[in-house]
Design a protein around this ligand. Structure first.
Ligand code: NAI
Length: 377
């Protein structure tokens, strides 16, 4: 197996998501970390990249410099990860795709639906992969849930109920902390706060497991801390193209909830439940039967769940290894294999359309609105 060459933009020292990308990309020896523009401060980014083992001539001071440095190399990177703040995703992703690189972009992929549609078009035209880091969908037991639904094991899905609600921005006395405040400032965060930050993970997961796409939605947004311009709590009802009914609650003021991401899928012949804080268990209840716990690593799992489990039953695998599964799928996809679980730009633009639809609906007291980007109607 030829090792691929990987680079990252953003994800510098002290960033939230950078370590998960490094652990994930390097976990399975599929990639070497050879280039980076890791920080918005050029010298600090170069110094950190060098400390991580990147050669000095590929420790770049900014993404434009990295693009110029990499594009003409014989040994140029096979994949670049964009792990910078949201407002920069579009221009960086677009520039690298146009230069013929495969990209893994952090969520939300863009700020607007139009930008998202442009990324989908460019990826199609260039034939390059643009993946989006909906990493929760790569937990083995989430893949198991999806495979069970596809295999008809809970019948036709009637209802999906999902939450991504934590309490880490619930302290009003901390609301002015600059690390918190920007998330509710439209100039920095865009049109939506909590729904665009966490809600879209839950919405993607609903589509992913139910194997159905969101068509319309109705949203109720609240800024429970009044100084916040953007919502810190949202309830979104949705309907999917195949008829699935969806309910989603996302909040950052749910004090006492930690990570707070869970999902239940109710079908005609059974129900499933998965929670990110117990990611190795999938709870299955067949209609009229007993509730069972399906464990990661046990025998008889669907192929996708088996393939993405590394260590034996009862040994925990956590968030960085879910990210590693995204990188495994990417390495396979770059090698030309079909990996239909990999979240792509199409998923990224669907999320952006849902975010803008939810904002419009909330402004109109929950009016039901179209939630699909025009390219998928
Ligand atoms: P952060 O603020 O902790 O770190 C951002 C990093 O990017 C810093 O190292 C900063 O110096 C660097 N940076 C900023 N502008 C840059 C530029 N122009 N060029 C190069 N480096 C630059 O942010 P965090 O929380 O790590 O978020 C980054 C992205 O990851 C966001 O889009 C966020 O939504 C996403 N994210 C995704 C998660 C997931 O579960 N998939 C979880 C957490 C964050």
């Amino acid at each position: 197996m030829t090792k691929l060459k990987w680079g990252m933009i953003g994800g510098g020292e002290g960033s939230q998501i950078g370590p998960a990308h490094r652990l994930g990309a390097l976990a399975d020896s599929r990639f070497d970390f050879v280039a980076g523009a890791l920080d918005h401060r050029p010298e600090i980014g170069r110094e950190y990249a060098t400390r991580l083992g990147i050669a000095a001539d590929r420790a770049y001071g900014g993404w434009e410099e990295m693009l110029e440095g990499e594009r003409n190399r014989d040994d140029r990177i096979d994949l670049v990860t964009v792990a910078t703040p949201n407002s920069t995703h579009f221009e960086i992703t677009k520039a690298f795709l146009q230069a013929g690189f495969n990209v893994l972009c952090e969520k939300p992929m863009t700020m607007t639906v139009e930008e998202g549609e442009e990324i989908v078009r460019i990826a199609r035209e260039t034939g390059k992969i643009c993946a989006v880091n909906y990493c929760y969908s790569a937990y083995p037991m989430v893949r198991q849930a999806r495979a069970m639904v596809r295999n008809g094991e809970i019948g036709k899905v009637r209802l999906v109920v999902t939450n991504f609600s934590h309490g880490h921005h619930g302290d009003a006395t901390d609301a002015d902390n600059p690390r918190v405040r920007w998330r509710y400032d439209p100039a920095m965060a865009g049109v939506s706060g909590q729904f665009a930050d966490c809600g879209i993970h839950a919405l993607h997961m609903a589509s992913f497991i139910a194997d159905d796409q969101v068509e319309r939605l109705s949203a109720d947004f609240a800024s429970t801390i009044p100084s916040r311009e953007l919502e810190d709590d949202a309830m979104v009802n949705f309907r999917m193209e195949g008829g699935t009914v969806g309910r989603l609650w996302t909040s950052s003021v749910a004090i006492g909830r930690q990570h707070g991401f869970d999902i239940q899928i109710f079908g005609e012949t059974g129900g499933l439940r998965w929670a990110s804080e117990q990611p190795n268990q999938l709870i299955h209840t067949p209609v009229g039967g007993r509730t069972q716990i399906i464990e990661k690593g046990e025998g008889g799992l669907h192929a996708d769940a088996q393939r993405l489990s590394r260590v034996a039953i009862a040994h925990p695998e956590g968030f960085p290894l879910a990210v590693a599964n995204i990188y495994c799928d990417l390495a396979d996809a770059i090698a030309g294999h079909d990996r239909d679980g990999l979240p792509l730009a199409a998923d990224g633009v669907r999320s952006m359309a849902a975010v803008h639809a939810a904002v419009a609906s909330a402004k109109r007291q929950g009016e039901w609105v179209e939630a699909r980007p025009s390219i998928f109607r």
